[in-house]
Design a protein around this ligand. Structure first.
Ligand SMILES: Nc1ncnc2c1ncn2[C@@H]1O[C@H](COP(=O)(O)OP(=O)(O)O)[C@@H](O)[C@H]1O
Ligand SMILES: [Mg+2]
Length: 339
């Protein structure tokens, strides 16, 4: 049986924003399910509905077989929600925070004591139990948040953008930790993120959500396989953004009929050209464009990534906040530079 199943789950906010629009997906026991989409896609709203924190407009969801509308109490006892704004008391210790949460779930004193010790070990916070949370680092805070979501041994834990605001090194640490959690505890994890590499790195399966709709679901490998060929990305170059529309339509017209081109895709400020072999296609592309008098500013070749998958299904790229490393390689590079 699936741990989470949604049925045409929909949320229309007052004022008419259709934040979540007929969403169907299933999450299997023990898997890390990545819910990937740009800011405003409807990830948090979906997560909150499934967690009974807000009411769906229509549709429903089952958690371990219990309906979020009919059995919200049963649902709540089986889920842990770690939102972006967790109610941690800064001026209490880690232990006090966890204990309070345990009482909130009506666990007995002895059970709480035992769980708190187990959880501190699990999240690698031994020695910090009795320190005030205000003295914790960002990564320690996040690990405490996750421990709080686990106090009542839920079937599934929801992590909403768990690494936003963390520095790259801490992000990788939290990734390792989340993976261990799934393996060691066998807990099902529903992870929302707008970082492609985070989903790619952690998730067994990924749903891509955009504007409230699920665009694709599959393993990272399946999603990437749905993109055939390498992507050669062309743009008119820096300072020529105002010419990009003209550039794109002319380049597309010149290339789209060519035998070696699988397909082309318009993107923000440029054109993605999918071909069998990126490197060998570049000279051919340059020759063709130049014969049409089209001047290329920048050209780059990449293997299919989740970014291409996202582009294929939505026609847009996901862009993380500026300056935030979004690829695992980038994070690793930064980490090794620091050491
Ligand atoms: N309480 C609310 N009232 C009105 N609109 C909202 C509310 N919460 C979210 N939205 C809108 O719903 C859409 C989806 O938001 P959200 O689920 O937070 O996206 P994500 O978590 O993917 O960034 C956005 O357009 C957002 O502005
Ligand atoms: Mg969100």
């Amino acid at each position: 049986m699936s741990v989470i199943a949604t049925y045409q789950l929909t949320k229309v906010f007052p004022g008419g924003v259709r934040a979540v629009d007929g969403v169907d997906f299933e999450v299997n026991a023990g898997e890390i399910f990545g819910f990937l989409g740009p800011n405003g896609a409807g990830k948090t709203t979906t997560s909150k509905m499934v967690n009974t924190l807000i009411q769906p407009t229509s549709g429903t969801a089952l958690i371990s077989g219990f309906d979020i509308r009919k059995d919200p109490g049963e649902v709540r006892s089986r889920i842990g929600y770690v939102g972006q704004d967790v109610g941690v008391d800064e001026y209490a210790t880690g232990r006090e925070n966890l204990t309070l949460y345990g009482r909130f779930y009506r666990l007995g004193g002895k059970t709480i004591k035992q769980r708190v010790n187990e959880l501190f070990e699990l999240v690698d916070l031994i020695g910090y139990e009795d320190k005030m949370v205000s003295t914790y680092s960002g990564g320690m805070r996040k690990r405490l948040d996750i421990a709080m979501g686990l106090i009542h041994q839920p079937d599934v834990i929801f992590l909403d953008e768990p690494t936003v605001g963390l520095d790259p090194q801490t992000r990788v640490h939290v990734w390792d930790y989340i993976r261990d959690l799934a393996k060691v505890m066998g807990v099902t994890i529903f992870l929302t993120t707008h970082y492609m590499e985070e989903a790619d790195h952690l998730a067994d399966r990924i749903a891509i959500i955009d504007r409230g709709k699920i665009m694709a679901i599959g393993t990272p490998a399946e999603l990437k396989q749905s993109i055939s060929g390498d992507a050669v990305t062309l743009s008119p170059g820096a300072g020529k953004a105002n010419e990009s529309q003209d550039f794109i339509s002319r380049a597309e017209a010149a290339l789209s009929g060519q035998a070696f081109v699988i397909r082309t895709q318009v993107m923000d400020g440029g054109l993605a050209v999918y071909v069998e072999h990126g490197e060998s296609a570049v000279p051919e592309i340059m020759r063709l464009l130049s014969s049409h008098g089209i001047e290329v500013g920048t050209i780059s070749v990449s293997r299919p990534s989740l970014d291409d998958v996202f582009l294929k299904y939505t026609g847009r790229t996901i862009r993380a906040e500026e300056g935030t490393p979004t690829t695992y390689a980038e994070v690793q590079r930064k980490r090794s530079r620091r050491q």
